[in-house]
Design a protein around this ligand. Structure first.
Ligand SMILES: [Zn+2]
Ligand SMILES: [Zn+2]
Length: 347
């Protein structure tokens, strides 16, 4: 492990134990005094870095999960409440992305493609054994006990065909990606291969009925694993958190493109002003352009109202302005991955 990685891990461990006040001071100090957001300069191809004549690139991925993202969460969030908030935000988000011509990659929980299901619909799927991880805990009943086994109009927290339609009917060419079928822990240690494989099959089958081929993948709650399964089922890329914030995407050992994440777009609860938040996010974009690398932001559609109204639109507008100045390429994960694959091959 490099000195940089060791320091980064040590900082993350200490940070977790701090009070919100101390976290705020620490985070602000590190951001001002160090080279944050940090840049990794490896992986650069020779020649054109991104589609078009742009310097840097921006990808925004959305973890689109409604109730599924929160049902085994240790954070005690209310799945229904989170799903309702996401639904309330959805038209606002879609309008904002249309206004600034911003394509987003919607990493969708496969169950949301369904209009209806019954208790028998998922019996063919292998079940994950009980487990506890950093963010999730599943220790009783059947994994699908949270499923209401009804239709979308009766339980809009667990199905999302109307929202999928909204994405597909948008004037913007968004991408629909994958966030597993039921927001499972996808790590090698918790998820047996047969469970991962059934989740893949269920997603691909559900998306196919909409004429969608899934290419981009986001691991639920950062539970990385089963990369070879992604390759087997036709995925080209995934999002991953690494020890730096900005870099050029790279090809992993499985031939998949890793699009490292830069930051979440969310209210971190530390009481920061909108101006300060905007300033930080702008710095990520500026540095991506200066260093000709990728900035990869992500968010939950259930993002809180304050952030949605006071911070999010400013980031999107700033990025759109830089795109219009031919400095920032704004594309979906699938498109960037496709370009990187060609660039690495020297095509
Ligand atoms: Zn179901
Ligand atoms: Zn998620």
């Amino acid at each position: 492990m490099s000195v940089r990685n060791s320091l980064s891990t040590l900082y993350a461990k200490c940070y977790q134990k701090c009070s919100p006040g101390l976290k705020s001071i620490l985070s602000k100090s590190v951001f001002t005094l160090t080279d944050k957001p940090s840049v990794n300069h490896s992986n650069h191809p020779i020649g054109k870095k991104f589609p078009g004549e742009y310097k840097g690139a921006l990808v925004i991925t959305a973890d689109f999960e409604l109730g599924w993202g929160w049902c085994y969460s240790k954070g005690n969030e209310n799945p229904s409440g989170m799903a309702q908030r996401a639904r309330k935000n959805f038209p606002v988000l879609m309008n904002m992305f249309e206004a600034y011509r911003m394509p987003v990659t919607w990493a969708t929980v496969g169950h949301l493609f369904l209009r209806t299901c019954t208790k028998r619909s998922h019996t063919w799927m292998h079940r994950i054994p009980y487990f506890e991880s950093k963010n999730l805990k599943y220790d009783r009943g059947d994994w699908f006990d949270v499923d209401p086994y009804t239709d979308w109009d009766r339980a809009r927290e667990w199905y999302g065909p109307d929202l999928i339609e909204m994405i597909l009917n948008s004037r913007i060419a968004h991408e629909i990606g994958c966030h597993t079928f039921s927001h499972i822990d996808f790590s090698y240690t918790k998820c047996p291969p047969e469970v991962a494989e059934d989740e893949m099959k269920a997603c691909i089958d559900a998306a196919k009925k909409w004429g969608i081929a899934l290419k981009s993948f986001v691991f639920p709650a950062g539970t990385y694993g089963h990369f070879e399964m992604l390759k087997k089922y036709g995925f080209t890329n995934y999002r991953m958190k690494l020890n730096y914030d900005l870099t050029y995407p790279f090809v992993d050992q499985h031939g998949l493109i890793a699009l490292p994440s830069s930051s979440s777009l969310e209210n971190n609860g530390l009481g920061w002003s909108a101006d300060y938040c905007i300033k930080r996010y702008k710095k990520y974009i500026d540095k991506a352009i200066q260093n000709e690398v990728l900035c990869h932001f992500w968010f939950h559609p259930s993002v809180d109202e304050w952030f949605l109204n006071n911070v999010f639109p400013h980031i999107v507008r700033y990025a759109a302005e830089l795109r219009d100045k031919k400095l920032l390429c704004i594309e979906t994960a699938g498109t960037v991955a496709e370009f990187v694959t060609s660039a690495q091959r020297g095509i």
